[in-house]
Ligand binder design. Structure first.
Ligand SMILES: NC(=O)C1=CN([C@@H]2O[C@H](COP(=O)(O)OP(=O)(O)OC[C@H]3O[C@@H](n4cnc5c(N)ncnc54)[C@H](OP(=O)(O)O)[C@@H]3O)[C@@H](O)[C@H]2O)C=CC1
Ligand SMILES: O=C(O)[C@@H]1CCC=N1
Length: 276
């Protein structure tokens, strides 16, 4: 099997490295292309056998899987370039939420799906979202799920829920890191504890909490209950958070969805209106 990665920026390179590190793909199974070629060349230096193509069409040609790892605003150019070499048996995997499967299917003869990764895949953890298009056969879905299970827990979602699932899975690491940053800064400012100690404690806490919530038999509510001593310290903190953060997450989801709607509109104006 051969896989092309078009776009080797942040997520393209995370995926390539994770697939190689996990053994899902060998470097010799990968062809990469990137607008700034030096980025793809760095990967080839690090992973001998990985091929750098001169352009996107050269990368896609003859590959079983073609991962599109560019931003929505760059899709038009990439799709125009690979169209001439695209074949019905190829699986095109788009990693961005605002680009709809139906729009790619309208332009390419290939099987199409969306796969939304997460930075957590870099350490072979977290989830990947799978949204399959109508041309994907059961054996294609099995192949993808098997590949993704090397780097993550693959989870099937509907296209309608891609944004919210991506908020939780892919944007979540940034939100949670912001929470940790503010918690740590307050701890350092108020008590003088060394910054590094505070970060280490908070990070180990997140790792352990993740394990409790995934394999430890807890859910968010039961875990709070287990930690909270009635009338104790946790209860005092949770009461304050409940009051101060009331409505905050609803606003957060509204903000990410407003930006998403804007991106969908921009993409459709540029990509769809020009072609359909
Ligand atoms: N960052 C994350 O955690 C996640 C990101 N995503 C999605 O992934 C997509 C990419 O994000 P990210 O990797 O962070 O972005 P980056 O900007 O880091 O990477 C995009 C890459 O695409 C390359 N590129 C642009 N145009 C072309 C072209 N015509 N041909 C070849 N390569 C091209 C860029 O090249 P150049 O070097 O010239 O800039 C760049 O390396 C986004 O839509 C994002 O929403 C999804 C899940 C998680
Ligand atoms: O910030 C972004 O737009 C992307 C989407 C998922 C993670 N990062």
């Amino acid at each position: 099997m051969k896989a092309a990665f078009i776009g080797t920026g942040s997520m393209g390179s995370v995926l390539i490295e994770a697939f190689i590190q996990s053994g899902a793909l060998g470097p010799e199974q990968i062809v990469a292309s990137n607008r700034t070629a030096a980025k793809a060349k760095r990967l080839a230096e690090r992973y001998p056998g990985l091929l750098v193509a001169a352009g996107n069409a050269e990368a896609a040609q003859g590959c079983d899987l073609v991962f599109l790892c560019v931003k929505p605003s760059d899709y038009k150019r990439v799709v125009d370039e690979i169209k001439a070499v695209a074949q019905p048996q190829q699986i095109v995997v788009s990693i961005t939420s605002p680009v709809m499967i139906r729009h790619l299917e309208a332009q390419l003869p290939c099987k199409v799906m969306k796969m939304i990764p997460s930075i957590t895949n870099y350490v072979l953890g977290g989830a990947t979202l799978m949204i399959f298009g109508g041309r994907m056969e059961p054996e294609d879905k099995e192949l993808i799920e098997n590949m993704l299970s090397h780097i993550s827990t693959p989870i099937c979602v509907t296209e309608e829920h891609t944004r919210i699932c991506s908020d939780l899975s892919s944007v979540g690491p940034a939100f949670l890191s912001y929470f940790i940053q503010r918690f740590v800064e307050a701890a350092v400012d108020r008590t003088g504890i060394p910054y590094e100690t505070a970060v280490q404690l908070a990070s180990e806490m997140v790792l352990g909490t993740g394990k409790l919530l995934t394999t430890g038999g807890f859910n968010p509510v039961s875990l709070q209950k287990r930690v909270t001593v009635p009338g104790g310290i946790t209860e005092a903190g949770l009461e304050l958070m409940s009051k101060e953060m009331d409505g905050m997450f609803d606003l957060l989801i509204r903000a990410t969805h407003a930006k998403y709607d804007e991106d969908v509109e921009k993409f459709e104006a540029q990509f769809v209106a020009a072609k359909e």
